[in-house]
Design a protein around this ligand. Structure first.
Ligand code: ZN
Ligand code: ZN
Length: 654
C-alpha cells in the first residue's frame, strides 16, 4: 500500500476494530464484537440468519470475537460451508446416539469431511447390522429438535467434566497450552468438548445416513490404539441424499480396487509395503500395451529412450534443488559415508545425460523419454489404491530446446496428448498456470513462454482456464485433468517449461554466433503417472477394456468335452490374439457366465454343429450372439477392431 492512498472510509473509534468483508469493503465494529455482532451491524436479517463465520478463511463459531484487520465472511444456511457445519452437528448426533445405546464408550474425535462426517470411538463393539438402529436414534434426536448450546469453560472445569474421557483429556491438555478456556457444545443430555461451529438446533439437520464402520488409529498413528470409526453423511434434504447415494453406488461399482481385484490386475499388500503396487500378469499385459502405445507416439515425435536408475547420490538432489525443497517427500538413506535418495523425479537424471555431451544449436531439440519409476513419501493415511501411491511410473519426457523452438515442440506434445485423449475417449479439463510471485528467469523469457503456451492453446481451439500465478517457480505449465465417471478430476498429462534446471546443471549449447547459450527444458507426461492413468481407465471402462487392452481377448468355450479338440484347433487360428480355451468340466451356461465376469470381450462357442461345418458361434460381452460365423471373417473383424483401438458395440450387428 502506498503512502498517498486515500484514508480508509471505515475508521475504528478509539477502541474499535475494522474487519474486511468479502466485497472488499470495511466494517468498523466495537473491539469486543463477535462474528454475530458484525453480522447484525451489516443488517438485522443477516444477524438472525448467521450460523457461523469465517475469519481469514477459518471456519469459526458465530460467538467467536472478530479481530482487527480480519477478512470476515458470514455463514448462513445459504452458504456453501453450511453443509459442513450441519454435518459436524450430525456427527454429534451420532455420538449422542451411540452413548444412548452403548455403555462405557470413550469418545475420540468427530469432524465433518468433504462427503459427510465420522466419529471415532474406543470400547465400542459394533458391526454394520447395528447401524440402522443408531440411524433411527439420530433421527429421533433430530426430531426432538434439541437446542445446541455453546458454553465457554475453564480448563479446570473441563478436566472435571471429562474425567471419564481419556482421549478428550489428551486433547484438552494440548488446548490448555493455547488458552485458559475451551468450549463445550451440548444438546439434550449430551455434551462434547468441541470448537464448533454448529447449527442452532438438531432440527436444522436434514437427512442423515450412516455408511460404514472402519478401524482408525487414534491420531492416525499406528503406534496408538485402533478405534472404531463410524462414517455417515448428511444432506439438507432426502432428495440430495438419494442423489449422493446413487453416485456413491455407481462409484463403488466402478472402483478400480474392486475391479482390479476381480480381474487380478494388481495388488497392494501389507507384507510388501503401503503404496507399493504389484502388477499381476493381466494388469501388466494392459500396462505393456499402454507402454507400447506411447512408445510409438514418442518414436513418431522424435524422442530417444534413455534409462536411469531408481536411486542417486544426494549430490544430484542438492544440485537439482530437490534435496532442499522436496526432502520431506523423499526416501533418503546412507550407504557408508555417502547419502542416497530414491528418485522422486526423473528430470535430474535426464539433465545429467544432456550435460555429459557438448551440443550445437543444430543438434537441438534433444528429446529424451523414459518410463521412469519414481518414489514419493506421501502420508500413509493418504494412500489409496492406485490413485495415491509411494511408487509410480511416469511416461516421462524431457526436451532441451532453443527458445525459438518452444512453440513447435509444445504443439507436438499437445498433439500427442490429444491422440491419447481421443483414443481413450476421456473427458478432460485444461488449465494454463502462469508466473507465480516467486520465480526464476527473466521477464522477457516468462512473457515469451506464457504467450507461446497461450497461443498454442488458442490454436488448438480447446477450452482452458488461466490459473494466474499458479505456475511452478521455474516456469509456466499446461495441465490436463481427467474427469472420472462421478465428476472427480485427476491429474493427467502436463507440459511444463523450465528455466531453472538448465541453470542449476549449467546446461548449454553453442549457438550460431559461436557463443554458449542456455537451452530451455520442457517436462512432459502424456499419460502422466501410469498408476493414476490405469486407475482412470479401469473406472472409465468399468474393467471392460477395448480389445487391444483386454488381458484376455478371446475365450473359446467348448459345449462339451467332445468338442475340446476342435476348441483347441480354433484357438490356434486366433494365436495372434490373447486367447484361452475354457476346458473346465462345467456347463456352457457357467462358462459363459465366467467369461462375462472376467470381462473377456469375445467368446467363441463351439459344439457339434460348428465342428461339422468348420464354423464358430461368436458371443460378445454385450450378450449378442451370432451363429455360423466363418473363422477367417471373424479374425479379420478382430484385427480391425484391435487396430482401431476402440470398442464397437454393434460389432455383431452389421
Ligand atoms: Zn464437535
Ligand atoms: Zn521432469
Amino acid at each position: 500500500m502506498s503512502e498517498s492512498e486515500p484514508e480508509s472510509e471505515a475508521e475504528p473509534d478509539a477502541e474499535g476494530i475494522v474487519v474486511v468483508l468479502p466485497d472488499g469493503s470495511e466494517l468498523a465494529v466495537d473491539a469486543d464484537a463477535t462474528v454475530e455482532d458484525c453480522a447484525y451491524e451489516i443488517g438485522p436479517g443477516l444477524g438472525r440468519d448467521t450460523v457461523a463465520g469465517k475469519l481469514d478463511g477459518n471456519l469459526v463459531a458465530k460467538e467467536e470475537p472478530a479481530y482487527d484487520g480480519a477478512e470476515l465472511e458470514i455463514i448462513t444456511d445459504q452458504s456453501d460451508e453450511f453443509i459442513r457445519v450441519m454435518r459436524h452437528s450430525a456427527a454429534h448426533c451420532l455420538a449422542q446416539a451411540v452413548e444412548r445405546h452403548y455403555d462405557d464408550v470413550d469418545l475420540a474425535i468427530g469432524p465433518p469431511t468433504d462427503e459427510g462426517f465420522y466419529y471415532d470411538f474406543d470400547n465400542l463393539d459394533i458391526d454394520e447390522d447395528d447401524l440402522p438402529e443408531l440411524e433411527a436414534e439420530m433421527e429421533a434426536i433430530i426430531d426432538d429438535d434439541y437446542e445446541i448450546e455453546r458454553e465457554e469453560v475453564s480448563i479446570e472445569d473441563a478436566e472435571e467434566r471429562l474425567a471419564d474421557e481419556p482421549y478428550k483429556l489428551e486433547l484438552l491438555e494440548e488446548l490448555a497450552e493455547e488458552s485458559d478456556t475451551v468450549t463445550f457444545y451440548s444438546q439434550g443430555e449430551w455434551e462434547d468438548l468441541c470448537a464448533g461451529p454448529h447449527v442452532d438446533s438438531t432440527g436444522e439437520i436434514g437427512a442423515v445416513k450412516l455408511l460404514e464402520i472402519a478401524g482408525a488409529y487414534w491420531r492416525g498413528d499406528e503406534e496408538n490404539t485402533m478405534q472404531t470409526r463410524i462414517y455417515g453423511t448428511a444432506f439438507e434434504d432426502e432428495s440430495d441424499l438419494e442423489a449422493f447415494l446413487e453416485r456413491k453406488e455407481e462409484a463403488e461399482e466402478r472402483d478400480h480396487r474392486k475391479i482390479g481385484n476381480e480381474m487380478n490386475l494388481f495388488s497392494i499388500q501389507d507384507v510388501t509395503g503401503p503404496g507399493l503396487p504389484l502388477y499381476h500378469p493381466p494388469g501388466k499385459t494392459i500396462l505393456k500395451e499402454l507402454e507400447d502405445f506411447v512408445e510409438t507416439l514418442n518414436q513418431d515425435a522424435g524422442y530417444d529412450y534413455v534409462e536411469t536408475p531408481h536411486v542417486f547420490k544426494t549430490d544430484l538432489w542438492h544440485r537439482s534443488g530437490h534435496y532442499e525443497n522436496y526432502q520431506d517427500d523423499m526416501f533418503v538413506f546412507d550407504v557408508g559415508d555417502d547419502e542416497f535418495g530414491l528418485k522422486p523425479m526423473n528430470c535430474p537424471g535426464h539433465a545429467a545425460i544432456f550435460q555429459d555431451q557438448s551440443w550445437s544449436y543444430r543438434d537441438l531439440p534433444i528429446r529424451y523419454a523414459e518410463n521412469g519409476k519414481v518414489y514419493r513419501k506421501e502420508q500413509r493415511g493418504e494412500l489409496s489404491g492406485l490413485s495415491r501411491v509411494w511408487a509410480f511410473t511416469i511416461d516421462d519426457g524431457h526436451l532441451f530446446v532453443r527458445p525459438d523452438q518452444i512453440e513447435e515442440e509444445v504443439e507436438r506434445i499437445i498433439e500427442m496428448i490429444f491422440t491419447v485423449l481421443e483414443t481413450f475417449d476421456l473427458d478432460y479439463e485444461v488449465s494454463l498456470a502462469t508466473r507465480p510471485e516467486k520465480s526464476v528467469g527473466s521477464d522477457e523469457i516468462w512473457e515469451r513462454a506464457e504467450s507461446t503456451l497461450e497461443s498454442v492453446l488458442e490454436e488448438s481451439k480447446m477450452d482452458y482456464e488461466i490459473e494466474a500465478g499458479d505456475g511452478a517457480f521455474y516456469g509456466p505449465k499446461i495441465d490436463f485433468g481427467f474427469e472420472d465417471a462421478i465428476g472427480r478430476v485427476w491429474d493427467g498429462p502436463t507440459v511444463q517449461l523450465d528455466f531453472n534446471m538448465p541453470e542449476r546443471f549449467d546446461l548449454s549449447y553453442v549457438g550460431e554466433d559461436n557463443e554458449e547459450h542456455r537451452p530451455v527444458m520442457i517436462h512432459r507426461g502424456i499419460y502422466g503417472s501410469y498408476e493414476r492413468f490405469f486407475m482412470v481407465l479401469i473406472e472409465h471402462y468399468e474393467g471392460k477394456f477395448p480389445l487391444w487392452l483386454a488381458p484376455e481377448q478371446v475365450r473359446v468355450l467348448p459345449i462339451s468335452d467332445d468338442n475340446l479338440g476342435y476348441a483347441h484347433r480354433v484357438a490356434n487360428e486366433f494365436d495372434a490374439f490373447r486367447v484361452e480355451v475354457d476346458d473346465r468340466d462345467s456347463t456352457l451356461e457357467r462358462k459363459i457366465r465366467a467369461a462375462h465376469d472376467d470381462r473377456v470381450p469375445y467368446q467363441i462357442i463351439v459344439g457339434d454343429n460348428e465342428e461339422e461345418d468348420g464354423t464358430i458361434s461368436v458371443r460378445d460381452r454385450f450378450e449378442d450372439q451370432e451363429y455360423d460365423v466363418e473363422i477367417d471373417a471373424f479374425r479379420e473383424h478382430l484385427d480391425a477392431e484391435r487396430d482401431e483401438k476402440r470398442t464397437e458395440p454393434d460389432f455383431l450387428q452389421d
